[in-house]
Design a protein around this ligand. Structure first.
Ligand SMILES: [Zn+2]
Length: 423
């Protein structure tokens, strides 16, 4: 990104030298051209929510919106492309907020909240949440720590040194909706800049001046974060790739965020479907080469981890590929192609020519797969009930042949027939 940045700056300088106009100069800095989504939490809950309110009537969603607007103006002035998930006191669904952030192709997602406690009105400290396990979400944790440190250093809390950057899995076992639904695309946090249920805290949060200070804290944290550069990885695979060959190494081209390849030693890691696989780094070429494991899955996901010399971790966006097996599985375009082929294979199973049970099993698996594929391609099709019945029969046959317990699958299939296809 930095090479591009230098080029743009040069072009602007040349342009302004030629025309002599100052107005051609656009502010260039770490935030220029960065996409950021600012999400003011909640909205329009006054009619039914008696929790998000301080003792003198200030509501959380109002504070969130004031801070978010001030922050958004500052970021825009610095050249960032800012998207606010709401600009008024209105509600936006959690799924909608995440979808907006993804559509905006955000480099960072920041959800602005303030805390409340009904049990302990004395509580007042900052919290910043990130999604999931810290080790799997290092870029979000980096930003969360920068934000928390600067909240502690410059804002006022009753418990000034309390608070932390915490996983959102502490609140909900599967994490928060907005962070869960953005983490595959961008780093993100939920900031909680103090408690509106604390009497003095509410007083502060009501004040425009204090809202300005808080917006400034967020702004500086965002600036700090992007000044350290945002490393990225690009898988080097041809556009024509239909499926990934797991027998061959996969290469990733790394950028430290400044157009260079300076990374902390030993900070490299590649995960394939959450398991670490072997990888080696070549600092000269900037290529990280990973050796995939074989997989029975239809799809595999790779994630790349590395940390640049400024201390910023790469956000491990999942790179998803079809395997050869997956490619075969999905290669039928129409339900009836899969269904007709299933019927052909199905008749072969009972054929007297098929003697060994091993061969029979291969045919059973193939027709099972094809019947299931016909339903995957078109869940309601003219032969759907027949396909489901055949699947049940095939599972029974497979259980007999293999002498394994498939009772769970069988029960599930019987349940489907009974519930979805009443006679
Ligand atoms: Zn909230």
């Amino acid at each position: 990104m930095s090479q591009k940045l230098v080029l743009t700056t040069l072009v602007i300088l040349v342009l302004s030298a030629c025309t002599g106009t100052e107005s051609m100069l656009v502010e260039e800095g770490p935030l220029a051209g960065i996409n950021i989504t600012i999400d003011p939490g909640h909205g329009d809950t006054q009619a039914y929510d008696s929790f998000r309110i301080g003792q003198t009537g200030e509501r959380e969603e109002w504070i969130n919106l004031r801070v978010a607007k001030l922050l958004s103006q500052k970021l825009s002035r610095a050249g960032a492309n800012v998207l606010m998930t709401r600009g008024k006191d209105r509600d936006v669904s959690l799924g909608g907020r995440a979808a907006l952030a993804r559509l905006h192709q955000s480099d960072l997602f920041v959800s602005i909240h303030h805390n409340g406690s009904v049990n302990d009105l004395g509580m007042d400290f900052p919290l910043v949440y990130f999604f999931g396990a810290a080790s799997l979400n290092p870029a979000s944790v980096d930003f969360a720590k920068i934000l928390l440190d600067s909240m502690r250093a410059e804002m006022t809390f009753n418990q000034q040194q309390a608070g932390a950057a915490y996983s959102d899995h502490l609140i909900y076992s599967s994490g928060t909706s907005v962070l869960r639904n953005t983490v595959d695309d961008m780093p993100g946090v939920i900031g909680e800049g103090g408690f509106f249920t604390h009497p003095a805290g509410e007083g502060r949060l009501k004040s425009k001046e204090y809202n300005k200070l808080e917006a400034e804290i967020y702004y500086k944290a965002i600036l700090d974060y992007f000044e350290r550069g945002t490393p990225s990885a690009t898988p080097l695979i041809p556009d024509s790739l239909k499926f990934i060959d797991l027998g061959k190494p996969i290469e990733f081209e790394l950028d430290d965020g400044f157009g260079n390849t300076f990374f902390e030693e030993n900070s490299f890691m590649v995960l394939q479907d959450d398991e670490k696989i072997q990888s080696s780094w070549d600092s000269n070429s900037g290529i990280l080469t990973a050796v995939p494991d074989s997989s029975q899955e239809k799809r595999v996901t790779f994630q790349v981890f590395a940390r640049n010399l400024k201390g910023n971790a790469m956000h491990p966006v999942p790179f998803k590929f079809l395997t050869e097996f997956g490619y075969d599985w999905y290669s039928h375009g129409k339900w009836f192609e899969a269904f007709n082929e299933a019927e052909v294979v199905y008749t072969q199973i009972a054929s007297p020519d098929i003697e060994t049970s091993e061969n029979q099993l291969v045919l059973i698996d193939a027709s099972l797969h094809l019947y299931q594929l016909s339903l995957e391609l078109q869940i309601v099709h003219p032969q759907a009930r027949l396909a489901e019945e055949k699947i049940l029969w095939l599972l029974e046959k497979k259980q007999d042949l293999l002498e394994v317990d498939l009772s769970e699958e069988l029960e599930a299939q019987k349940g489907r027939l009974k519930d979805y296809y009443p006679e």
